[in-house]
Design a protein around this ligand. Structure first.
Ligand code: MSP
Length: 648
């Protein structure tokens, strides 16, 4: 019988680049929690997905020369993409939401309209600062040294007609929620939210944009798209059928039991999310848990720093279970932790190869060697020798459970490993190889081995949420024994005449020096130059031929006011009428150095507006990354080529 329902979520990931070990951390933690709850007997809903809208994706797609939908499809569904990674990591999510799913888009439109109709969304003018990589709006006072307080990067001025959500109206209620309930954990994050965001004065939040189009359109005001965080946060409910009929489960699973989120997005989950739910009179999630970051050399992992760690490589070299285990064993979930290959290898060697692996292989091998297929029925207890181990094992499930309920994965695992160490010591204390020498000691030997096998069963059962495959393999070696939740409380569930099965070492010891050298070699860039991956899909020839590439001559080139990215080109395209193109390359060229140059443009793209100016086409550039830095070169052709010449 089900113990009840349990709904747990991860943040939905931006498919703007390949995911790294930091992203994997949160999903593995959520998976361990979901598996733990299933083990306890709950009916679990575990949701993850991808957050696919926003300017960043639109820009990336443009750079890659494809549509935003093609771009995200490739990162989500393509080889080595998000779905592949979760499959590899043995993630047991029940649903996967993409914010570009039709049902979600339609639901967001309804939700936005509801808040507009109840007066909590209103139209105004937005002036402020925008951090493009974080997709976040900031007021002047929130900036740190004039830069984005989250990522430290440059912010841009932004002014446009926009819709606002009356966040200020909910400031008191949200503060009360944070301070007087255990909605947000760990507690330290409460002070951060209240002192840094609520006390300085919560301003209304800009919730629509007009300067780009890759988002959920506001269906009652053309040209506006919904702010990506509004779109993203409601995924937790649309995936259960809120404002749509395509999905179900809202009555059963809402409110969520816990949203696991990284510390930098606690602000969105602990302030904006409850305020919007309050606006719609909806029940609030029971908890938001803000976990720490995995750091590398004390700093953030990021693609631009070129220091991201590839979970594919680690899983391939060390095994998925070892990697999952390491992530939750080595760092306290609520705080930051420093990732290193040394720590990964030493954790595998100490806990998995020496302690767990040895216990399992020694115990099973001795059972086989001394008794063959089955342990004998006649077994002799020695209370003095057995008491400490048996008592520890009997109490383990409850101690472990208490830690898991607090999301203290590291502590829960430490408890299991205390018992594993104790069991290894029990082998030495009882010296089975000595007992084996004299037949009269065989009943005692059988009991020693039985106690060890039973200890292995209970420990392996409790490790199942972290290392599902290893746990299943150990169950096989113990003759396919049960490891259900109730059985993990009672010592003595294993049949007396247990049949064991030998197998290879679960976790072979790793040679630290050799492995570090191999990893170092693998992480070396093949060259300083990196190029974008080639498209996996072909375009058909007729479609390609429709693209009208022309040589164009730069008559004038100017920076665009209030944009540190755009240049405005006036081009001779051979038609006698000037063509205007805006291009986001201000970082790479000074306008004056381009005047007179012959460039290549695609001229039959639909005109689009950028910063209020029309752009009729796109200039073609070559892009690559050099020593981790993005480089761009406009394609310049021989000046002898006349303006308007067609490229084919
Ligand atoms: N799309 C938003 C979430 C929307 S939820 C309604 C987002 N996506 S993300 O891909 O940038 O990040 C997803 C999660 O990965 C975040 O919780 C983030 O904290 C986490 N991590 C990214 N790098 C990390 C580490 N180095 N360490 C631990 N977690 C980190 O934010």
């Amino acid at each position: 019988m089900s113990k009840g329902n349990f709904y747990i979520t991860t943040p939905i990931y931006y498919p703007s680049a390949k995911l790294h070990i930091g992203h994997t951390y949160c999903t593995v933690a959520t998976d361990a929690m979901a598996r733990f709850k299933r083990l306890q007997g709950y009916d679990v809903m575990f949701l993850t997905g991808t957050d696919e809208h926003g300017q960043k994706i639109e820009d990336k797609a443009k750079e890659a020369g494809c549509t935003p939908q093609e771009y995200v499809d490739n990162i989500v569904l393509g080889e080595g993409g998000v779905l592949d990674l979760w499959k590899l990591m043995n993630i047991s999510n029940d649903r996967f939401i993409r914010t570009t799913d039709d049902y979600h888009v339609a639901a967001i439109q309804k939700i936005f309209k509801k808040m507009y109709e109840n007066g909590d969304i209103y139209k105004g003018k937005y002036t402020g600062k925008y951090c493009k990589p974080c997709e976040s709006f900031w007021t002047e006072s929130q900036l740190v040294d004039g830069k984005c307080p989250d990522c430290g990067r440059e912010v841009q001025d932004a002014e446009e007609e926009a819709y606002f959500f009356r966040l200020s109206k909910y400031a008191d209620r949200v503060q009360d929620l944070l301070e007087n309930t255990d909605f947000l954990e760990p507690r330290s994050r409460v002070h951060e939210m209240v002192n840094n965001f609520i006390k300085p004065g919560l301003e209304d939040l800009c919730v629509s944009r007009t300067s780009f189009s890759w988002g959920v359109p506001v269906d009652f005001d053309e040209g506006h798209v919904v702010y990506v965080w509004i779109d993203a946060l409601f995924n937790y409910m649309t995936a259960l059928g809120f404002c749509n009929d395509a999905k179900d489960g809202l009555d059963k699973f809402w409110p969520a039991d816990v949203h696991f989120v990284g510390k930098e997005i606690v602000r969105f989950h602990a302030i904006i999310w409850p305020a919007m739910l309050m606006s719609l009179n909806l029940p609030l999630p029971k908890k938001v848990y803000g976990h720490g970051w995995l750091l590398l050399d004390g700093g953030k992992m990021s693609k631009s720093k070129g220091n991201v760690v590839d979970p594919y490589i680690l899983a391939q070299r060390f095994g998925v279970d070892a990697l999952r285990f390491f992530l939750l064993r080595s760092f306290p979930f609520g705080a930051d932790g420093n990732f290193s290959n040394e720590l990964l290898i030493s954790t595998i060697n100490t806990d998995l190869a020496n302690d767990l692996g040895n216990l399992v292989s020694r115990t099973v091998a001795m059972a086989q060697k001394y008794f063959g297929a089955h342990l004998p029925e006649q077994q002799q207890v020695n209370i003095d020798m057995d008491r400490e181990l048996v008592e520890m094992v009997c109490g383990l499930r409850d101690i472990y459970e208490a830690q898991m309920e607090k999301y203290a994965f590291q502590n829960a695992l430490a408890e299991v490993f205390k018992v594993i160490s104790r069991a290894n010591k029990y082998i030495d204390e009882n010296a089975p190889w000595v007992l084996a020498k004299n037949e009269s000691n065989h009943p005692r030997l059988a009991k020693v081995l039985y106690n060890l096998l039973e200890t292995v069963r209970i420990c392996a059962g409790l490790l199942a949420p972290f290392m599902p495959d290893t746990s299943a393999e150990i169950a096989n070696r113990l003759g396919g024994v049960t490891m259900d939740w109730d059985s993990l409380e009672d010592f003595g569930v294993l049949p007396v005449q247990v049949a064991t099965v030998n197998g290879p070492a679960l976790f072979p010891r790793i040679d630290m020096e050799k492995e570090l050298a191999a990893l170092e070699e693998l992480s070396k860039p093949k060259s300083d130059i990196e190029i974008e991956p080639y498209a996996t899909e072909n375009v058909d020839f007729d479609t390609f031929c429709k693209s009208d590439f022309r040589a164009v001559k730069v008559k004038d080139c100017q920076p665009v006011k209030k944009s540190d990215k755009l240049l405005q080109f006036t081009l001779d395209d051979g038609t006698g009428t000037d063509r205007q193109i805006l291009s986001g390359i201000a970082k790479y060229y000074k306008p004056e150095e381009l005047i007179g140059k012959t460039l290549v443009a695609i001229t039959n793209l639909p005109p689009r507006k950028m910063m209020g100016k029309e752009s009729c086409g796109m200039l073609i550039s070559a892009v690559h990354t050099e020593k981790g830095e993005e480089k761009l070169h406009l394609l310049m052709v021989d000046d002898a080529i006349p303006a308007g010449a067609k490229l084919c």
